[in-house]
Design a protein around this ligand. Structure first.
Ligand code: HEM
Length: 499
C-alpha cells in the first residue's frame, strides 16, 4: 500500500466506524457519513423527481443529512396535512440559507421570514393592497387591457403567424405591467424600455443566483464556506444595486407624489398603502423594499412560468384549445371573457388546474422549517430541519391519479371533480400548487383569474401552433432550489382565428 494511503488510514477507519446508524426515532433515510452526511450520495440536484424516487425506497417521510443540515421530505397527503395545516404553527417557519439570507436581508421580507410577529405583520400589511376580492375587482379591467394589448401586438406582425415568436418575452412585459401598475401606478412602454430591461435583468440575475445548486456545498458544510465568498459577494453586490433600483425609480417616486399631495393624498396603489404603514411606524423603510422584492419574484416569475407551461401544453393539445373555444362560445354567446364570468367556464378552469398539476411551478413548495423539535408520522424531526412537501409528486403519483403524466383537463370534470386549487377551506391534500394553511400563497386570488383570462384571450383570438417543421413543442423542464420552469422558452405561432 502506498505511504500516502497509509497515512490516511486512521481517517478512513474513523469515517467508516462512524458511518452512523440513525437513531430509530428519526425518519428513515440513507446512512450518512460525518461532515458530509448524505451529500456525497445524493448530490446537489435535489429535484422533485429525484426526491420522489427516494420516497419509493425510504417511504412517505424520510430524512437526508446534508452536511450540517437536515432535510425532511414529505410525500404523502396525510403527512402534508400535518406539516401545512394540523401542525402548521410547528412547521410554519422557513429555513435560512447563506444566499437567501442576503436576498432577504436576514428575513426582513415576508416570503422567507421565520414564523412570528414580523411575518404576521408583513402578511397583514400586504393583504389589504394585494390579496382581497376588492383588489381583484378594482384591477381586473386593467389586466384585460394589458392582455388586449398582447393580442393586438400578436395580430400586427406577419412573422408571428408565419414563423412564430418566443411568447415569454411579450407575456413578461404584460405581467410586469400588471404588477407594476398595481404596485406603483406606473408601467413600462415596451420591451425596449431601459427601465424594463434593467428590472428584468436584475430579477433574472437574482433568480439565477438564488435558485442555483452551485452554492449548496458552502451552505451544507460550514468548513467549505470560505470558498463561497466570491459567490456571496456577487449576491451582495447584486442585491445592493437591485434594491437601490427599486427604491430610486419606483418607491421614491411614490414618496414624492405623497409628499407633494400632503393631506389631500389619496392612496392609489399598493405601495402607497405600504408606505402609509411605514409612516405609522409599523414597518421599516427596508421592509418596504423587501415587499417590492418579494412581489417581483413571488408574483411575476411564478405566474410567468405557469403561463409558459399552459401555452406549451395547449399548443401540443389542439383539441383542448378547441374545447375551450367551444365552451366560451356556448356559454358566453359572443360576449367577451371577463374576470366576472370566469366561474361560468369550468373547462377553462380545469385546463388551468391541469397545467398547474402536471407542471407544478413550485414543486416542493417554499421550504418549511420547525423551530423546535417536532413529531411527524411517529418520527422525531430535529429542530431547525428544512421540511419540504413534494407537491409535484402528490399531484403526479400514479397510485393516486389516473395516467398522471397525461395532460388531460377532463380529469377535473370527471374522476377528480371537486378537487380545486385552493389555499384553505376544503382541501384535497394531493393537489397543492399554492400550498395550504398559514404559509400558503396569498397570491392565488390574483394568479388564478390572471391565468384563466390570459388563456381565454389567447385561445379565443388565435390558434396556437408549433413553429413550421415541428409537430410538438419541447416541454422538458429545468428546476432550481424550488422552482420548475420550461427548459426552452417556446416559440409559438399565433394564427388569428377568422371571425
Ligand atoms: C401561478 C402562480 C403562483 C404559484 C404557483 C404560487 C405558488 C406559491 C407557493 C407554492 C408558495 C409557498 C407555499 C408554502 O410554503 O406552503 C407561495 C408563497 C407565496 N406567494 Fe405565491 N404563487 C403564485 C403567484 C403569486 C402571486 C401572483 C403573488 C403575489 C401577488 C404571490 C405571493 C406569494 C407570497 C407573498 C408567498 C409567501 C407566503 C408566506 O410565506 O406567508 N404568489 N406561492
Amino acid at each position: 500500500m502506498p505511504w500516502s494511503l497509509l497515512t490516511l488510514l486512521p481517517l478512513i477507519l474513523y469515517v467508516l466506524r462512524s458511518i452512523s446508524k440513525r437513531p430509530s426515532s428519526l425518519p428513515p433515510g440513507p446512512r450518512s457519513i460525518p461532515i458530509f452526511g448524505n451529500w456525497l450520495q445524493v448530490g446537489n440536484d435535489l429535484s422533485h423527481r429525484f426526491l420522489a424516487t427516494l420516497s419509493q425506497t425510504y417511504g412517505p417521510v424520510f430524512l437526508l443529512k446534508l452536511g450540517s443540515k437536515n432535510l425532511t421530505v414529505v410525500s404523502d397527503p396525510e403527512l402534508a396535512n400535518q406539516v401545512l395545516h394540523a401542525q402548521g404553527v410547528e412547521f410554519g417557519s422557513r429555513p435560512r440559507n447563506v444566499v437567501f439570507d442576503i436576498f432577504t436581508g436576514n428575513g426582513q421580507d415576508m416570503v422567507f421570514t421565520v414564523y412570528g410577529d414580523h411575518w404576521r405583520k408583513m402578511r397583514r400589511i400586504m393583504t389589504l393592497p394585494f390579496f382581497t376580492n376588492k383588489v381583484v375587482h378594482q384591477y381586473s379591467d386593467m389586466w384585460e387591457d394589458e392582455m388586449g394589448l398582447v393580442v393586438e401586438d400578436l395580430k400586427r406582425e406577419e412573422r408571428v403567424r408565419k414563423e412564430g415568436i418566443v411568447i415569454r418575452k411579450r407575456l413578461q412585459l404584460m405581467l410586469y405591467n400588471i404588477m407594476y401598475r398595481m404596485m406603483f401606478d406606473t408601467k413600462f412602454q415596451s420591451q425596449d424600455d431601459p427601465l424594463f430591461i434593467e428590472a428584468t435583468s436584475f430579477n433574472s440575475q437574482r433568480s439565477r443566483l438564488a435558485q442555483s445548486f452551485e452554492y449548496n456545498y458552502g451552505d451544507f458544510i460550514p468548513l467549505l464556506r470560505p470558498f463561497l465568498s466570491n459567490y456571496l459577494n456577487k449576491c451582495r453586490d447584486l442585491q445592493r444595486r437591485r434594491l437601490a433600483f427599486f427604491n430610486n425609480y419606483f418607491v421614491e417616486k411614490r414618496r414624492e407624489i405623497i409628499a407633494a399631495n400632503g393631506e389631500k393624498h389619496k392612496i392609489s396603489c399598493a405601495i402607497d398603502h405600504i408606505i402609509d404603514a411605514q409612516m405609522k411606524g409599523e414597518i421599516s423603510e427596508e421592509n418596504v423594499l423587501y415587499i417590492v422584492e418579494n412581489i417581483n419574484v413571488a408574483a411575476i416569475e411564478t405566474t410567468l412560468w405557469s403561463m409558459e407551461w399552459a401555452i406549451a401544453e395547449l399548443v401540443n393539445h389542439p383539441t383542448v384549445q378547441s374545447k375551450i373555444r367551444d365552451e366560451i362560445a356556448t356559454v358566453l354567446k359572443g360576449n367577451p371573457v371577463t374576470e366576472s364570468n370566469l366561474h361560468e367556464l369550468p373547462y377553462l378552469q380545469a385546463t388551468v388546474k391541469e397545467s398547474l398539476r402536471l407542471h407544478t411551478p413550485i414543486p416542493l413548495l417554499v421550504p418549511h422549517m420547525n423551530l423546535e423539535e417536532a413529531k411527524l408520522g411517529g418520527y422525531t424531526i430535529p429542530s431547525e430541519s428544512k421540511v419540504v412537501v413534494n407537491a409535484w409528486w402528490l399531484a403526479n403519483n400514479p397510485a393516486w391519479w389516473k395516467n398522471p403524466d397525461k395532460f388531460r383537463p377532463e380529469r377535473f370534470l370527471e374522476e377528480e371533480y371537486g378537487t380545486d386549487a385552493v389555499a384553505g377551506g376544503k382541501v384535497d391534500f394531493r393537489y397543492l400548487p399554492f400550498g395550504v394553511g398559514r404559509r400558503s400563497c396569498p397570491g392565488i386570488i390574483l394568479a388564478l383569474p390572471i391565468l384563466g383570462l390570459v388563456i381565454a384571450k389567447l385561445v379565443s383570438s388565435f390558434e396556437m401552433k408549433a413553429p413550421p417543421g415541428l409537430e410538438k413543442i419541447d416541454v422538458s423542464e429545468e428546476g432550481g432550489q424550488f422552482s420548475l420552469h420550461i427548459a426552452n422558452h417556446s416559440t409559438v405561432v399565433f394564427d388569428p382565428i377568422k371571425a
